[in-house]
Design a protein around this ligand. Structure first.
Ligand code: SF4
Ligand code: SF4
Ligand code: SF4
Length: 276
């Protein structure tokens, strides 16, 4: 029995070039890869979709990209919904049988990650096959992985990827609090941030080297404002609340309490008043 395969996507390495998304279209549009897939429509669906995420507000903005595809879940709702039409290969890839699934529109809604699409012309639910036809022909990796220029996209056995998987997380399904044991893993998904720019309103200059101390419970983090007076605290847990103190010699300490980075917080221009 072959070992199960998994994907690992390093969000920090993803430049948002969309090569993987295009490669998937190129592989499946106008191509018939039976018994795994009939052609994907030219428009209206992406079995792999790169979602852009813009965080913060101008000028404290960060962009990241999340490629989304079928998770080839160990506990796959689509298999439960249509046990005769959806099956798992020995390598763990979950396949919608195009013959047996024809006409089963309800299958689209069975996926808690929203990655099954309806092909109107073929009357067929469709999704990522893991490029099973390529793997069967000796390709080591699927098209999307092969197309990635930054090595952000990895594919292999769970043993090969063991160390990365240990550090990784999975995406939450659209219906919260359900666990489907996905086997597409993500590294470095950015969390919340708190940022701002410290300035002296009298001199109308930024304050370089101010000490910014962030605390939460017993934890604390310190950053120093840079040559532009900027500070960033990144990868904060969005469900926690943070207190912030900004200190610089000759200035009155500025404090913020109960900052909650559920949405990223740009404190904007933060004036530090001079001591008398
Ligand atoms: S992500 Fe959706 S379509 Fe893919 S295996 Fe899981 S439940 Fe099925
Ligand atoms: S594994 Fe193949 S089918 Fe799945 S997203 Fe990548 S290119 Fe598309
Ligand atoms: S090909 Fe690689 S870098 Fe480009 S969008 Fe896809 S995962 Fe990101």
């Amino acid at each position: 029995m072959s070992e199960k395969k998994a994907f690992v996507i390093d969000v920090a390495r993803c430049s948002g070039c969309y090569n993987c998304q295009l490669a998937c279209k190129d592989e499946y549009c106008d191509n018939n890869w039976m018994p795994y897939a009939k052609p994907q429509p030219d428009v209206g669906q992406f079995w792999l979709r790169v979602d852009p995420h813009e965080c913060g507000t101008i000028p404290k903005v960060r962009m990241h990209y999340i490629p989304r595809l079928c998770n080839h879940c160990d506990d796959a709702s689509c298999m439960v919904a249509a046990p005769d039409a959806v099956y798992r290969r020995e390598d763990g890839l979950v396949i919608i049988d195009p013959e047996k699934a024809t006409g089963n529109r309800a299958l689209v809604d069975s996926c808690p990650y929203g990655v099954i699409y309806w092909n109107e012309e073929l009357n067929l639910p469709q999704k990522c096959t893991g490029c099973a036809h390529l793997l069967d022909n000796g390709n080591g990796v699927p098209r999307c992985v092969e197309a990635c220029p930054t090595d952000a996209f990895k594919f292999g056995t769970e043993t090969e990827l063991k160390e990365l998987i240990a550090e990784a997380e999975v995406l939450q399904p659209l219906q919260p609090k359900s666990d489907h044991s996905p086997r597409v893993y993500y590294l470095n998904i950015p969390k919340g941030f708190i940022a701002g720019t410290v300035y002296d309103p009298v001199d109308r200059e930024v304050v370089i080297g101010a000490v910014c101390l962030l605390t939460c419970g017993g934890d604390e983090w310190t950053v120093i404002t840079d040559d532009y007076g900027d500070f960033w605290f990144e990868n904060l847990q969005q469900e926690r609340q943070y207190d912030l103190k900004i200190e610089s010699t000759g200035f009155i300490t500025k404090s913020f309490t109960a900052l909650s980075p559920v949405k990223d917080i740009n404190l904007g221009d933060v004036p530090l008043d001079r001591k008398a």
